[in-house]
Structures are given as C-alpha cells and as structure tokens.
Design a protein around this ligand. Sequence first.
Ligand code: SF4
Ligand code: SF4
Length: 351
Amino acid sequence: MLLKDEPDIAAGSVGAAADEGVTTAREAASVADANFDSYARDALGTGLVRGAATTLQVNITKRCNLACHHCHVESGPKRSEAVSEKIANRVLELLERNPSLEVLDLTGGAPELSGQFRRLVTGARALGRRVIDRCNLTILYEPGQEDTAAFLAENRVDVVASLPCYTAENVEAQRGRGVFDKSIEGLRWLVELGYGDPGGDLVLDLVYNPGGAFLPPAQAELEATYRDRLAGNFGIRFNRLLTITNMPIKRFAHDLEREGRHGEYMSLLVNHFNPDTVAGLMCRETISVGHDGQLYDCDFNQQLELGMTGPASSIFDFHDAAALTGQRVATAAHCFGCTAGAGSSCGGALD
Ligand code: SF4
Ligand code: SF4
C-alpha cells in the first residue's frame, strides 16, 4: 500500500530541525567566509585531529543500479570504477595487522556490484571483524544478485539500508520510479531472513536523508514514526534509524546551484553549527579508502579528492593504523554539513 497522505518529511514539515528551511541570500553572504577549522577549534579547544581509527570504510565501486538526486558519489549504472583484487588483498592485510580496526564498512555505489565484495566480506568475517554493507535494497533484485540477501545473512553482515522516507512519493522523488516498492520488498526479504530482530544478531539499520535543502528532523522522533508506519503497513522491523544531512557537494550541490540556493543552504548549515557534534565527527575514527586505494578522512572528502594531510596517501603507504592518530583532519566548507543541528555521520545524528 502506498501512503500518499503522510506528512511530507521531504518538504521539511516534520521535526524540530526541519522547519528551519533555507535562509535569505543576505544571511548566506554573511557566512560565505566561515572557516570550519576555526569553528572546530573553538568547539574543541584544539585543532581537529584524528583519534584512534576503529573503522576502515572502503568505497569499493562507483557503479550503482540507481542514480539518486542527492548522491554525493555521483554513482550510476554507467560508472565502472571498482577496487582491484590487489586493493582488496591489501585491505584484508591491513585488517589482519590492525586488530584495532574493528569494522569494515563497505560502501559505493552499490557495493554488491563489485567483483571483490564477497571476498572482502568473507575475508573480514574470517578475521572476526564486523562488516557493514551500505545497501540500497533495490540491488537485491538485480540480475546476478538473487542470492545476495542470503549471503549477507549467512555471513552475519550488518545492513545499513537507504530508505529516505516511509512514503512512496518522497522516496521516488529522490531515487526514481519503482524504488519504493522494491525497497519495501527488499526489507521484507531481509526481515524474513532474521534481520532487524532486537534479540538477534542480524542488524538492519535504515538511513533517512532529507528530500531537499533542509536539516533532518530529530532522529528519535523520526525513528518512532518510521517504526510505526513500517510495522503497521508492511510488517517491517528494523534496529535503528540513522538521519544523515545532505552534504553540499557533487550531485546535491549541482542541484542547489541550478536552483540558485547553494549559498542559502551553506548559510543554513553554518548558522546551525553545533559545537557538541565536533568531538564525535566520523573523520576522527574512520579511515576512508577509495576504489584506487587512496586514503581520505571520510567518504565526502574522497569524492572531493581532498586527501589526508599526513605523509600516507594510499593504503600501501602505511602498516599501522595508529600512525594516523593525531594527524590533522583535512577540512573545507562542506564539513559544516556534519555539524549542523544534531550533526550527521555514517552512524546518524551525533548529538
Ligand atoms: S543508491 Fe546510493 S550510491 Fe546509488 S545512486 Fe543512490 S545514493 Fe548514490
Ligand atoms: S566532511 Fe568529512 S572531514 Fe569534514 S567534518 Fe565531515 S566527516 Fe569530518
């Protein structure tokens, strides 16, 4: 059943933060020179540096069966970049050498489309690591992916699944026609395999991101609404809802520029800078690796080709993840997307 009469969270009508909207062009001009490093320094009392890394996040392919409006990777069916066997081997070698890297987080594109996906999953699981698959759900129905859901369950892979709304209208405005029904079917399939059971070990988290130039609603409030709607209408359970802010880069930034709203969105982010989010920024504990093995502080920096500040620029340049601790994080204006309102990271809100 499609829920056409739901509150329009894609237009920002639900939740404490969503009613802020974009601000005026005059306010945008006043924040144009805001410097993220100085905001972060004021919040922390020191510069923004990396802490101990616990997660290796690898963008294993830019190919995707979808081509969403907000995609910061600019993924789509025509992209072909993907990790080689050599890079995958090095990722597993680094995990073996660094027990402190507890999590292998596989992202893309649609990571399942990479020829190295299953090797990385089974290799990391054999090393006792938690593995995350950032799954768009519809991929489970693509030719050649018929056994992917079962593979994920067998290997106890955590699934972090994109579902930017619990209504068809909003999901399809962002991700394309037919995506909502397939996403719901994908979620049902995962739930049948045991995912999302609070007493089980098959983790199913959902990801919400706004359908436009506004901040996400409060995470806990929205999670309760998702839980209610998805259980009531589709019999779907899940573990957590993660709210993620649209970053002002790549496809979403181009949309904003086309609409003449980029400055206003930046103003919204800067004006809602929350100092309490800075200590928990994901760049402090994540090592982001590109399909070509290059190192970054996060996936957003990766898409901007904003490399790490230290001497190591690729996964072949270091052996000990601890060597990166204390290194200054590479930042730019887009970083305000992580610190606005309740904050944003691959693990959801920060405050
Ligand atoms: S599903 Fe994810 S990776 Fe694919 S186009 Fe959409 S946002 Fe990008
Ligand atoms: S964009 Fe990346 S580097 Fe900047 S604050 Fe966010 S996680 Fe950190």
